[in-house]
Design a binder for this molecule. Structure first.
Ligand code: ATP
Ligand code: MG
Ligand code: FE
Length: 344
């Protein structure tokens, strides 16, 4: 079946088309430029941008896939988590389409969608897998036994998400929003060993209580202190070194705990997903450590890591294939939809 996927949980308006695990189209319009001067996503601005972009993005996706709306067999849309007003634009559009075309509608989980996106890269998942989900709002280690129905959370961040840490640290060292790509670029010129920043929740004591959990607020504070001290002493802040050392600390703790989860659970496959999974150092270190531990690593291309509609279509396809009933047309959006709820 041909599945249309619609994503509007944050600042990307995404419309994708997939058949099974085959990617046919992935059209994305981002309002990121409108948020840069505010240093973060402004919800009202994002909602308004979705409203303007949703129909043109849908048209682009249909053209790219060389199909018409009549060809679509089912519609999937992000029901949550995300910004309430932003989610409502996508869900309203999806409900209207479902009603007008008389097609089944599936409200699905954005976070599980990030994991499902990988199937568009390397084909059907062979569960169980451990997913390291690293994005702007979430940092979690998931144990996925069936992508359409069952995602269990093994651990999560106790404070900032990894992407949030990238964004906040970027601001501290004078780099623009969104911080991830800017830090990566600066880090390429720096020495990751120049400064040793803390790895949160990795002490022996923390590992017994928070084995698969993360904490990035201490790291962020450590960077702030380091920069303050340098400035007080009249030294120029070596932005590339700070960026590289920070990025290394994040990559180290993320990959260490995800590999541990795989080996301790006896899981042979890891999926790296979410916007922060676009980070080159995180991708490289994950690959290295998975190889050393005999774990198969699956990671989607960059355009499938950051928010997009194809990932939602991919999850919709899995849900349809699993024979689950469509959502009723009166479902609400849920800003904090738990990752354990794959579909609404
Ligand atoms: P969530 O999925 O939790 O709802 P979100 O959808 O806003 O949050 P994504 O779009 O998946 O998050 O990811 C955006 C985040 O990814 C931002 O914090 C951004 O800085 C980060 N990011 C993007 N590219 C990179 C990169 N190359 N390195 C590090 N971080 C990156
Ligand atoms: Mg975004
Ligand atoms: Fe996301």
């Amino acid at each position: 079946p041909l599945i249309l996927g619609i994503e509007t949980s944050c600042d990307e308006t995404g419309v994708g088309l997939v058949r099974g695990t085959t990617l046919l189209a992935n059209a994305v319009a981002s309002s990121v430029d409108e948020h840069v001067r505010f240093g973060g996503v402004v919800p009202e601005v994002a909602s308004r941008a979705h409203l303007q972009a949703i129909v043109p993005t849908l048209e682009r996706a249909l053209t790219e896939a060389e199909v018409t709306l009549d060809d679509v067999d089912a519609i999937a849309v992000t029901a949550g988590p995300g910004l309430a007003g932003a989610l409502m634009v996508g869900v309203s559009a999806a409900k209207s389409l479902a009603l007008a075309l008389d097609k089944p509608l599936y409200g699905v989980n954005h976070l599980v969608g990030h994991v499902a996106a990988e199937q568009l890269e390397n084909g059907p998942l062979t569960e169980p897998v451990v997913a390291l989900l690293v994005s702007g709002g979430h940092t979690e280690i998931l144990h996925v036994t069936e992508i359409a129905t069952a995602a269990e959370m093994l651990g999560q961040t106790l404070d900032d998400a990894a992407g949030e840490a990238f964004d906040k640290v970027a601001r501290l060292i004078g780099l623009k929003y969104p911080g991830g790509p800017h830090i990566q670029r600066a880090a390429a010129e720096g020495d990751p060993a120049a400064i040793r920043f803390p790895r949160g929740l990795t002490s022996q004591r923390d590992m017994s209580r928070h084995r698969y959990d993360f904490s990035f607020s201490g790291l962020k504070t450590a960077v702030a202190r380091w920069v303050e001290t340098a400035e007080r002493e009249g030294r120029t802040v070596p932005v590339p070194d700070v960026a590289a050392a920070f990025q290394e600390a994040v990559a180290d703790v993320l990959t260490h705990k995800a590999v541990l989860a795989c080996t301790e659970r006896g899981v042979r496959t890891m999926v790296l997903a979410g916007g922060v999974a676009a980070n080159a150092r995180i991708r490289d270190l994950t690959r290295e450590r998975c190889a050393a531990a005999g774990i198969e690593l699956r990671q989607p291309r960059l355009s499938l890591c950051t928010d997009n509609g194809a990932m939602i279509a991919a999850l919709g396809a899995a849900v349809v294939e699993h024979g689950l009933p469509p959502s009723s047309l009166d479902f609400a959006t849920d800003s904090s939809l738990p990752v354990t709820q794959v579909a609404v």
